[in-house]
Design a protein around this ligand. Sequence first.
Ligand code: CA
Length: 416
Amino acid sequence: MNKSWLVTPKNTDFSIHNIPFGIVKSSSKNPRVASRIGDYAIDLLALYDLELLNGLTVERSDLDVAHLNELMRHGKKGVRALRKRIIELFSEGNTELRHQNELHENVLLPISEVENLMPVKIGDYTDFYSSIEHATNVGTMFRDPNNALLPNWKYIPVGYHGRASSIILSGQEIHRPKGQQKPNESEPPVFGPSKLMDFELEMGFITFDGKPLGERISTAEADDYIFGMVLFNDWSARDIQKWEYVPLGPFLAKNFASSVSAWIVTLDALEPFRVEGPKQDPKVFPYLEFEGNKNIDISLEVLLQAEGAEENSICKSNYKYMYWNQCQQLAHHTVNGCNIKAGDLYASGTISGPTPDSYGSMLELSWKGTKPIRLKDGTERKFIQDNDTIIMKGHCEKEGIRVGFGEVCTKLLPSI
Ligand code: CA
């Protein structure tokens, strides 16, 4: 097993097997492209200036910038070569950086001394609905328990185009949104702060530049167009959603905020954790067929922390449960010729598992408010209250190798 000469905390999400990408700044350094190992950010611009990234396609201007979009233009091949080189520099036995203390200080920045910025200028944002457990739960609650899935669901990786402007980084607080709701069937709608605030436990993938408009990306090609993944909390106002979603789908119930984690974990780092997905029955259309294991075993957890109180683990799920995988999502997205670009974000949809403690939203966990969740401080939650913080974590682990995402953490402030 590859090890690093740098001491990293046991069970860190950011082992030498990870080497994700992000943007950091510090009191003395402008925003720049970075990676992370253990409790250090790796300043890639500093590595470049030390001529330790020679021979790669990456240029200084790709790193001296406050987003990863320039780097992403090098595509899978360029980013893979860069990541391999970083792994090489930190591997046990490599002395290029190790034996030069003054170089350490400029390259390795204690994570407590840097601030993460939004890693990507997000272009287009699409949200799928690809968890069969989630779609079944929602269909059971709101339609017919005996016929929960809509007729299209097992044929189409259902999705909608969302809004990129309100995607925020972990750590940024949000306010409870206001909007129209219709709490009583027999009375007119009302306007005010949402009373049914919810999270959605999701993962997102970010793409490289795709093909020209009019061309398709096949399931076999899809991985080559995916840069990496993040944790994604798709904030949802259920009461606003219920009143507005017919006939065109979610709108203001969703576009006030969605939160992402700071470090983009590459598909290369996730490759060892591939697993087989659920059996798809009926047989999918040929353009959605795929070969090999395309699901990924990523353990997911949601924690709720009330103001001044302890964290409560309220959900444990896994990305491996997804019915439709990323390759199918991307193949479907482009089958009509729709083009994709570097920096586009594609979210999975709520990731629910088979058991009630693995449901990926409050809507499901509290079953529409009928089964409140009891917290350690004795209070109950049906939905999210003001000043609650929602924390999502995710990691892969196999044969002593751990690769994780850190967390996406967002506090809900009162309405303004
Ligand atoms: Ca969603």
